[in-house]
Design a protein. Structure first.
Length: 478
């Protein structure tokens, strides 16, 4: 008996299943319970196999997934980037300003990238995205001059002009009924970051942040290889083109007007929530590791262990969340995930006065394995909760958008969505830097806590999307 849900209406299969469950609860019998539980587990395993088979049946998905996993193997090194800039004697205001400028570049690039993604060859955009990332990693690995680092960050931000089409290249071909699982598999590749984080943690005591640069250099070489794989093995897919004789600028304006109308009528709540979440996120990521390093005296190897534990927890939970959104709906899943955000911020604040959640065990653990004692730190709980739930939340946002997208102009809608969100929140890093320098870095996380509470209340009270079918007027591209 399969459990299915369409447009918010439970099927008769659900009602029948509920009736069976009520009957079991009324007349419990251990053998019957074991039998039903065994059948349900068997159904879940079979359903997962069928979903995986459907997702991996498309060759382009397999190639794209493999190359994205190579990138994901290095993505968690970016967690240390602000601390790396701090190590280069750049202040929090400068670091925040760099973050805001690159955020604006990303926003503008993403806005125009939506149009490019729906008009240019998406296979070529997928190749270019990987090439730009390779150049960024190579530059960070080679140069230490702040100006050249800023140029590298600008190149990385410019990826957004190709990223929209690259993402749409895959999203348009993922079966809607398996979209949660398929998108979760992309992020699940971040478990490979355990390898690079481990190497960084081992090398840091000997090389300091030279190890950070070395891993970026290796990442750049591997991403060049991924670029070649995409160029050779990805195949083009059909997409909409601008009609012959139409003016480019007029088409651009009209298409984006329709995309904006779609966003404002179908997912307005999600846009507002994501704007405030992005500001909160920029505050946290600007100062969390610097705060731990400078105020809580937690060293780099301990932070590496913290992130490795995060990844070990993240991947199985991520796959579960992907399936949960497909079965239970987005709002209930979003509430479950986002409820952890204010708890994370509160723990990081409390860590200033209560550094250990289990006092007395840190030293013994460090004597066993250097850095292991961090798991008994209050800040450890805060950061693990934050990073795990950030990834889960991002997956929920993508799944929600994917389930509500019309069949056409996927890239344009995605780009406009992130344009509005990122433009609204682009000053977040600079504001966070000013708050930290003018008062105390601790107050940065007080701001995060307040924003998280407001966002959680909004998710609980309001619908993130407009329910029901998308009508013809809201359809983009019709």
């Amino acid at each position: 008996m399969k459990v299915v849900q369409k447009d918010g209406v439970w099927s008769e299969d659900i009602l029948e299943r509920d009736a069976i469950d009520r009957e079991i609860r009324t007349h419990p019998d251990s053998e019957d319970l074991d039998h039903i539980e065994s059948e349900e587990i068997s159904e879940q395993i079979t359903g997962l196999r069928e979903s995986l088979s459907a997702v991996f049946s498309w060759e382009n998905y397999r190639v794209y997934l493999a190359t994205s996993w190579i990138f994901n193997a290095f993505v968690y090194l970016s967690s240390f980037f602000n601390l790396y800039l701090w190590n280069l004697d750049l202040g929090l205001i400068i670091i925040g300003a760099i973050g805001s400028i690159t955020s604006v570049v990303s926003t503008i690039a993403r806005f125009f990238g939506g149009y490019v993604g729906d008009r240019a060859n998406r296979k070529d955009l997928a190749v270019l995205s990987m090439l730009f990332m390779a150049v960024y990693y190579l530059m960070i690995g080679i140069f230490i001059d702040p100006i050249l680092i800023f140029i590298a960050l600008t190149i990385n931000a410019s990826i957004e002009i190709t990223k929209g089409g690259s993402t749409a290249y895959i999203m348009d071909n993922i079966p809607r009924e398996h979209s949660g699982l398929a998108l979760s598999l992309f992020t699940a590749g971040r478990v490979l970051s355990i390898i690079t984080l481990f190497v960084f943690g081992v090398l840091y005591p000997f090389m300091q942040f030279e190890a950070f640069r070395l891993l970026h250099l290796i990442g750049g070489v591997l991403l060049l290889f991924s670029t070649l794989l995409r160029a050779v093995y990805l195949k083009g897919v059909e997409q909409n083109r601008r009609e012959a004789g139409t003016k480019l600028w007029r088409t651009f304006i009209e298409d984006n007007k329709r995309a904006l109308k779609f966003l404002m009528t179908v997912i307005p709540g999600m846009m507002i929530v994501c704007i405030f979440d992005s500001i909160s996120d920029s505050f946290f990521k600007l100062g969390a590791l610097i705060y731990m390093y400078e105020e809580l005296y937690i060293d780099i190897p301990s932070m590496v262990i913290m992130l490795i534990v995060t990844l070990l927890i993240q991947v199985p939970v991520l796959l579960k969340i992907g399936r949960l959104t497909d079965r239970k709906g987005v709002k209930s899943t979003a509430l479950l995930v986002y409820a952890m955000m204010p708890i994370s911020a509160a723990l990081l604040i409390i860590a200033y006065w209560v550094p250990d959640w289990l006092p007395g065990y840190s030293l013994a653990a460090n004597a066993l394995i250097p850095g292991l004692g961090v798991i008994f730190k209050t800040s450890f709980l805060a950061v693990v909760l934050k990073y795990v739930n950030d990834t889960l939340w991002y997956t929920i946002v993508l799944v929600l958008i994917r389930k509500r997208l019309p069949s056409q102009d996927t890239s344009k809608i995605l780009s406009l969505f992130w344009f509005v969100v990122w433009l609204s929140s682009s000053l977040g890093p600079l504001i966070g830097g000013i708050i930290s320098e003018a008062t105390n870095i601790l107050y940065l996380f007080v701001g995060v806590f307040i924003l998280n509470i407001l966002i959680l209340g909004a998710i609980a009270r309001y619908d993130l999307t407009v329910k029901g079918h998308i009508n013809q007027e809201a359809q983009v591209g019709n």
